[in-house]
Design a protein around this ligand. Structure first.
Ligand code: AHR
Length: 500
């Protein structure tokens, strides 16, 4: 029998709810046809699809990143404000499509307000200028009698939006990025921008554009140069394979990247005497495998996610919880249609397999990450299948087949244990042992399951991968459950403290 030993008094980090953030980009059908579709019978008078918005609300996202992504590196925000019929069509060189600019800054702010989520905007550091970035900041946050703040007022928004999070570019390291830069060029430019932007609004938090934490030529240079001037360091990761084990285990590349980037940041802060924190935001992450880059907008990266992907997503979230000492924000990429948990169609929305573990974790994860030790069979990952991404993780194993994270409430009355059984062949009997507490009554077990690792939800069979819920009565220090093959199980239990 597998055993998970939880020590509720051994706190490994304060979980930041911003790890359940999202990201939407003007790409494919994410905005046009996803979030915004005036022609849809589900649209409100502003053209916003209410069915999509309701489905996003089910993911309880505290922060939303927009407008890109690669798109932002040629985006001029001013094209997307003011009367809609006067907004220009522009060629979007990132995704090879016409951008109609019908969903811009004010529409995004309204969307965030309605979703009760904080906006996180990303500057165009590709074709954009510092002047344009400062103007956007002033448009959003300006309180004085200035032309940019007044333009916002003219557009019917008297109160400033008070946007706190601003990204200094997107993936500027990549030659696929419009206007990409070398690490040295980026570091110099981002420093100049940071100093100027904080003069416009010193309360904002700036996000430096990192790579993936493992490319010393970018990350080491950029961290060293910018640690004084920024509040966040952003990293991105996509994983995926048609081999189930590679698909779920590649996610552990995050462990390696965090180790490395965390050390870079800690070292640079120490050397330079930087007192303010610089946290990591994984502001793009997800599984991305099946759909090859199809540059025709409308069909772009409309990934069909499998049950295996859902387990990968659950593993990502477990890692963010376990590393909640350094990861204070993460934004699943993306939210609607593009690589997303939600797909829209003429007759409504479809919740993909990955929707379910995300929704459950976002809704029930507690404030404090606590120590959970797992004793279970291990899987040696000797054959890596990396036909899309470069990640190699075999040396990090052997991996426990059960990936586990535990959180508890500040007051110590609630414990939530997330168990991802990545084993495609076997269920496992699991004994959850509390070393310093007892189960104290109600226990809810939520399970995401499906018939096989490649199972997907489709329009004519939307619940192949679904959620079931069961109740138990917990008492004493041990709870026994069985986790099925290829399942995500969340144990949500009332507990009492017992620290003799
Ligand atoms: O999310 C899709 C794309 O992946 C984003 O535009 C880009 O930042 C990343 O490479």
């Amino acid at each position: 029998m597998a055993q998970i030993t939880v020590t509720t008094g051994r706190i490994v980090g304060q979980v930041d709810r911003r790890i359940f953030g999202g990201f939407i980009e003007n790409e494919g059908r994410a905005i046009d046809g996803g979030v915004y579709e005036p022609e849809s019978r589900f649209a409100d008078e502003a053209g916003v699809r209410i069915d999509t918005r309701d489905a996003i609300a089910g993911l309880s996202m505290p922060v939303m990143r927009w407008p890109g992504g690669n798109f932002v590196s040629a985006y001029h925000w001013v094209d997307g404000v003011g009367p809609k019929d006067a907004r220009p069509n522009r060629w979007d060189p990132a995704w090879g499509a016409v951008e109609r600019n019908q969903f811009g800054t004010d529409e995004f702010m309204t969307y965030c307000r309605d979703l009760d989520t904080e906006p996180y905007l990303c500057f165009n550091m590709g074709t954009g200028t510092l002047d344009e970035a400062m103007a956007w900041l002033e448009y959003c946050n300006g309180t004085e009698d200035t032309a940019w703040a007044n333009l916002r007022r003219q557009h019917g928004r008297d109160e400033p939006y008070g946007v706190k999070y601003w990204g200094l570019g997107n993936e500027m390291w990549g030659d696929f990025q419009i206007g990409h830069l070398t690490a040295e060029e980026y570091a110099a430019k981002a420093k100049r921008w940071a100093l100027a932007l904080k003069r416009v609004d010193p309360t904002i938090q700036l996000v430096a554009c990192g790579r993936d934490g493992l490319h010393a030529d970018w990350d080491a240079i950029v961290v060293e140069a910018l640690v004084k001037y920024v509040d966040w360091y952003s990293m991105h990761i996509y994983t995926g394979s048609d081999d189930h084990w590679s698909n779920v285990l590649q996610v552990h590349q995050v462990d390696r990247a965090l180790e490395y980037a965390g050390a870079l940041i800690a070292g640079a802060r120490y050397r330079q005497g930087v007192e303010h924190p610089v946290h990591i935001t994984y502001d793009e992450w997800n599984t991305w495998f099946a759909t090859r880059n199809d540059r025709r907008r409308g069909e772009l990266v409309q990934e069909r996610h499998t049950l295996s992907d859902a387990l990968a997503v659950a593993t990502y979230l477990n890692i963010f919880v376990r590393r909640s000492d350094v990861v204070k924000m993460a934004n699943i990429a993306q939210v609607v249609n593009v690589l997303a948990p939600i797909v829209t169609g003429p007759d409504g929305v479809l919740k993909q397999a990955i929707y379910h573990p995300f929704a459950i974790a976002a809704a029930h994860t507690q404030e404090l990450a606590v120590d959970a030790y797992v004793d279970c069979p291990r899987y040696e990952h000797t054959e890596e299948h990396n036909d899309r991404w470069e990640h190699r993780v075999g040396d990090l194993g052997p991996f426990p087949v059960l990936d586990v994270a535990a959180t508890r409430s500040e007051d110590g009355t609630r414990l939530v244990v997330s168990v991802v059984n990545r084993d495609p062949d076997s269920e496992h009997r699991v004994s959850v042992v509390l070393s310093d507490a007892t189960f104290a009554g109600d226990v809810t077990i939520r399970t995401v399951s499906g018939p096989h690792p490649l199972a997907t939800n489709e329009w004519d069979s939307p619940d192949v991968v679904g959620v079931s819920e069961a109740g138990l009565e917990g008492a004493g220090q041990t709870l026994e459950i069985v986790v099925g093959a290829c399942t995500y199980t969340q144990i949500d239990a009332a507990i009492g403290v017992n620290r003799e």
